[in-house]
Design a protein around this ligand. Sequence first.
Ligand SMILES: C[S@@+](CC[C@H](N)C(=O)[O-])C[C@H]1O[C@@H](n2cnc3c(N)ncnc32)[C@H](O)[C@@H]1O
Length: 325
Amino acid sequence: MRRVVDESNDEYFVDEDGGAYELIGSEHRRVGKWNEQWKLVQKEVALTTRPSSTIQISATGHAFEVTDDDHCETPVEAYQDVVPFLEKLCEILGKTKSELQIYDPYYCAGAVIQNLGAFGFSQVYNRNENFYEVVAEDRMPPYDVLLTNPPYSDEHIPQIFRICARSGKPWMILVPNYVYTKGYYSGCLSTQDGSTIRPFYVCPKGRYCYITPEGHREGNANIQKTAPFISFWYLHFAEHTAAVVKWWRKDGHRQSNVVLASRPDALPQNMMGSYDTHRKRVRKKQRETYDKKKRKMEDQAWKKQCEEEEAETKRQWLDFNFGCR
Ligand SMILES: C[S@@+](CC[C@H](N)C(=O)[O-])C[C@H]1O[C@@H](n2cnc3c(N)ncnc32)[C@H](O)[C@@H]1O
């Protein structure tokens, strides 16, 4: 077995078949598969009891371990917000919308295919397969851009950023606003040659509301729509990034309602993560004034509603009396 070190400086031992092991005391415990290209260990649950080539189907029919809360699909509004960027990529690559190859590696129920298809992007790859096995076995489909909303549980978010940063290809990742404030974030953005890339950010005006397909949440089957976090797009267009940002500032912004921030400290205040030191705190006095204003508005709205109800009762009373006469 040879010793390897992943990009977080953790040590593993790798056997001839690529199996990765941790040294616990004097014993080697298998934890997953080593990916030489990405310098990461894809941890696989219960790998010791089943070979990686055996596909286990979860209760929801997925070919990988699932977490109930991860099951939700990106709403069409979120795709609409990045359509101008996909169109720009087509222009850069000299492809039509139907030729652009889009890869969404995380599979829920496949809605992304119809959602992007509605905008004319007909080559979308999103299949029920374990993405990490696909990476480890070097079976990624050919693609022009990786576009996804990853699961938020476990290590999925840092994993997808690592994989994308090393790919040297364009990507668009939809994740919660707090991700850029996480300690792991900048470390995930290092490329194969050791440099660090700088994504830019595309923010909607409000919160995206995700959709849980029927039968995908055992715990709470009634939840159909969910918006637990503010989320926005993190994007990188490899060597075209600066040109895309420049195009957006000059012309692109006319095509959509979103805000582009080229750095986290340029994000709109309402999109910043709660631990971002650039986020302006509302002082006690400001909050009191705001609350007072809000109460006043609520009172006015309440008063208006009462007046309307009163007028309606009066109308009905007159109608009734008129009808009786
Ligand atoms: C937040 S959802 C987003 C689905 C889709 N990408 C979208 O944007 O609509 C993430 C999905 O990834 C799935 N997932 C979890 N682990 C995975 C894996 N190893 N390979 C592929 N998909 C996985 C989860 O089951 C979950 O349904």
